[in-house]
Ligand binder design. Structure first.
Ligand code: XIL
Length: 315
């Protein structure tokens, strides 16, 4: 079975996989990634981030991002842009710049406008702001909020809209897949931005899950966002476990993938699902969470796991 084909049959826009430049030297990997019936969309995991695209003030480099964008184009796949404003992978010149509010807002505007403008016409949706709230629903204390309050958010969205009027503009975060304080904070933000005429089109739920620990009521939570008039996307899905993997863990992982897909299928405004790379060979999980891994639907040898069948069953 081919996952993008299954997604389309359920009225979704895409099923996709993220990728990263170093992986593209692996020919068997690229062959699967480039199958546009399997994956109708891709996201660059790193190469469109701030440190990669504006390492020094006003000096933009799109070389690696362009490789991913051109591969998507060649494969006939949609592209999600990730991301304009995030507190991580942020160059020191931004973090430690001690800018005034006016200066930092103009830096945000220039970064988002230039980045989104460079990919104008090539990107289906942008993660304009990434991970801006804490789990308790308060604004994350980073250089952007400490210098500008909430104002950087509207500046980023407006700059993105002006640079590519056809790209859908998203806020993206983790721990907003189920109801709770953080989801409520995003719903309040969406209401507030819309009431001020600030363009926002979607909410991205990263969905970096742990086997057996999905939040309850994912579908109802999606419906609450849909009721505000925004699209929903699952943007970075993976389901990690403490290694070594066992048949029981892999079976639970299969059910977890199925649960996520089903929720998206059941909500018309959930437009698509992106897995944060399709193979354990290139997953970010072992490098970030010590002792954990096996989070993807394909194993280290590019062989489909039970999780793959979970996705199929979800569609
Ligand atoms: C991760 C990448 O996959 C890693 O390669 C990198 O070292 C760190 O960032 N949430 C996000 C993504 O929004 O940008 C992160 O990607 C994973 C968590």
């Amino acid at each position: 079975q081919e996952l993008h084909t299954l997604a389309k049959a359920k009225g979704k826009v895409y099923f996709g996989s993220a990728t990263d430049n170093p992986e593209l030297t692996d020919a068997p990997y690229v062959a699967i990634l480039s199958d546009n019936n399997m994956f109708g969309q891709t996201t660059a995991t790193n190469s469109m981030k701030w440190d990669a695209t504006e390492p020094n003030r006003g000096q933009f480099t799109f070389t690696n991002g362009d490789v991913i964008a051109n591969l998507a184009k060649k494969n006939g796949q949609l592209l999600r842009g990730h991301n304009c404003v995030w507190h991580q992978q942020l160059p020191a010149w931004v973090t430690n710049g001690h800018f005034s509010k006016t200066d930092l807002l103009s830096i945000v505007q220039n970064h988002c406008g230039t980045l989104v403008g460079h990919y104008k016409g090539q990107v289906y949706a942008w993660d304009v702001v990434n991970e801006i709230f804490n789990d308790d629903g308060t604004i994350r204390q980073d250089v952007f909020s400490q210098t500008t309050g909430m104002d950087f958010i509207a500046t980023a969205f407006r700059a993105a809209r002006a640079a590519d009027p056809n790209a859908k503009l998203y806020a993206n975060d983790f721990n907003i897949e189920g109801p709770g304080a953080k989801s409520t904070a995003y719903q309040n933000l969406i209401r507030s931005l819309k009431s001020q005429g600030v363009p926002i089109d979607g909410i991205g739920m990263q969905a970096h899950f742990i086997v057996g620990e999905l939040p309850p009521n994912i579908q109802q939570n999606m419906e609450a966002f849909a009721a505000l008039g925004v699209d929903i996307a699952i943007t970075e899905l993976d389901v990690r476990m403490t290694l070594p993997s066992t048949p029981a863990l892999l079976a639970q992982q299969q059910r977890d993938y199925e649960t996520v897909i089903k929720a998206c299928v059941n909500v018309p405004r959930c437009v698509g699902v992106t897995i944060w790379d399709f193979t354990d060979k290139f997953s970010w999980v072992p490098g970030t969470f010590a002792g954990q891994g096996a989070a993807c639907p394909w194993d280290q040898n590019l062989v489909q796991k039970p999780a793959f069948q979970g996705i199929v069953a979800g569609f």
